[in-house]
Design a protein around this ligand. Structure first.
Ligand code: MN
Ligand code: MN
Length: 277
């Protein structure tokens, strides 16, 4: 795994470029997610785990993985433009972006650039919440709103939300309006199978996991997935994964460090999936 570097570094097409987006000012309940990129990298390199993913890819010996480091983000609305612009630059170089949040508000500016690049993108959002509010606490860019914004802008994109267990009537109405496919945990009988055609973007809000597995998130929503169930769903994808984010890890709620290890494990599995096809 390459050390953090600069935007000017050369890398080949298809390289998975990791970028940290330490922003949590759009969180409605608790801040802290801005600390996540550093904690995830620390867990990865702590010596506690090796860098092999379960499909055999060794991220420690992988020239197609490059860590750009963290973006320096402004406070307030300029952050959105900064993220979109950085992602657009990377996509113009045929990179596959793996973003480390930050709260879920970062996903809208990322997906703006993905929507411009991939007209047939499928977005696979793992989340306890649909994040489809038209506005929340007076903000249209809250971490409760990113998928409303992207579907307004790119209505042709497919959005599948897996693990939802906190949808209210407003969010259900928004899901209908935008044609969002809600895969709610309460409706699963014998697990759940994913059928998606590529290209796919994975947005992973760690609160999709049951808080027993990942307590270090701002919004504890019991009754969620196990780590194994989530990994199985990621590994089962047959379509090319051209981008991803891991968001909502809040280190201030993770005194044992277990959520950092879960985030690092999922980083490995997602990066390896992105390198597979
Ligand atoms: Mn979310
Ligand atoms: Mn959530």
């Amino acid at each position: 795994m390459a050390n953090p570097g600069s935007f000017d570094t050369e890398f080949g097409p298809g390289t998975v470029v990791v970028v940290g987006l330490p922003s949590d000012e759009n969180s409605s309940f608790k801040r802290g997610a801005a600390l996540a990129p550093a904690r995830i990298r620390e867990a990865l390199t702590s010596g506690s785990m090796n860098l092999h993913a379960e499909n055999g890819i060794d991220l420690g010996d992988e020239s197609r993985l490059y860590d750009l480091g963290d973006l320096e983000l402004a406070e307030g609305p300029p952050m959105l433009g900064q993220v979109s612009e950085a992602v657009a630059k990377l996509l113009a170089r045929d990179a596959r972006v793996l973003a480390l949040g930050g709260d879920h508000a970062i996903t809208y500016p990322i997906l703006r650039s993905y929507g411009a690049r991939y007209g047939n993108l499928s977005i696979l959002d793992f989340d306890a919440h649909p994040d489809l509010y038209d506005e929340y606490d007076g903000s249209r860019y809250s971490h409760a709103c990113p998928f409303a914004r992207i579907m307004e802008e790119y209505p042709a994109l497919r959005l599948v939300q897996v693990g939802v267990r906190a949808a209210n009537p407003h969010q259900r109405e928004q899901a209908r309006r935008f044609g969002v496919e809600l895969a709610e945990v309460s409706e699963w009988q014998d697990g759940f199978a994913l059928v998606l055609e590529g290209p796919v973007y994975i947005s992973l809000d760690l609160d999709v996991l049951d808080p027993a597995f990942a307590p270090g998130v701002s919004h504890h929503e019991p009754g969620g997935l196990s780590t194994r169930e989530l990994i199985r769903l990621i590994q089962s994808l047959n379509a090319p994964v051209v981008g991803a984010d891991i968001v909502e890890f809040n280190p201030t709620r993770d005194p044992s460090g277990i959520t950092a290890m879960v985030a690092a494990k999922l980083y490995k599995e997602i990066a390896a999936k992105m390198l597979e096809s």
